[in-house]
Design a protein. Sequence first.
Length: 270
Amino acid sequence: MMGDVVTIVQARTGSSRLPGKVLLPLNGTTILERMLERVRASRLAGTVVIATTTDPADEDVVALADQAGVCCYQGHPTDLLDRHYTVARMLGARHVVKIPSDCPLIDPAVIDRVLGYYLAHAHALDYASNLHPATYPDGFDVEVMGIDALAAAWEEARKPFEREHTTPFIWNQPERFRIGNVVWETGEHCALSHRVVLDYIEDYEVIRRVDAALLGLVPRYTVRDIRRFLDLNPDVVALNERHRGVSWYRNHLDELPALRGSGREMVTAQ
């Protein structure tokens, strides 16, 4: 079954909040290269692909992918749903993993936990993630979906935010699609208290410091190592504290009933 899995890292240089963020230096490498190291360390990730855009500025992303030996697809600048579906169709994927490039310190064990849970229940799930609700620290996003659910979204999604963010057409319809969620096995809820996602320059400084501190101690450091470092270094946490809980969701809450406690059941792995 693992040969049917394609993991897509969406990456571009045209971020409005922090332009060129995926190519920023990170302790001897770049943000995107560090992320690829960590994604490719996953046991279950299958074929890893970078999905970037046709914007000429993203030729640098293509060059980096080539240097790293990772396949790269160039598609629509803002229709990420089309990028993901096109890659999945080209590679004959049955199961598609979505990991955004604003999660450069993604833990391969978290990828394996979410993906492993989905694959074990693929007969009963169309989609699974660790985001609904989110309990891991912010910056460890993993979403997995079957090709049929992705195809339905590609064919039917019309709202711009559904195209741009790939998956809301699926997870916002739990009455239609079978949705699963994986919570952090520690029982903690750190999505609003620990932030290592890359959207702003302050986030970059946090990520740079975390990586610099842990890389020499534990080269394949984990989400727990990161959480421990942040707890011991409140000065680092304070750097991006004002961005805690900030996400694209906040601008579309009226269109996302699945985020408003609709009461619908979700399959949850403890």
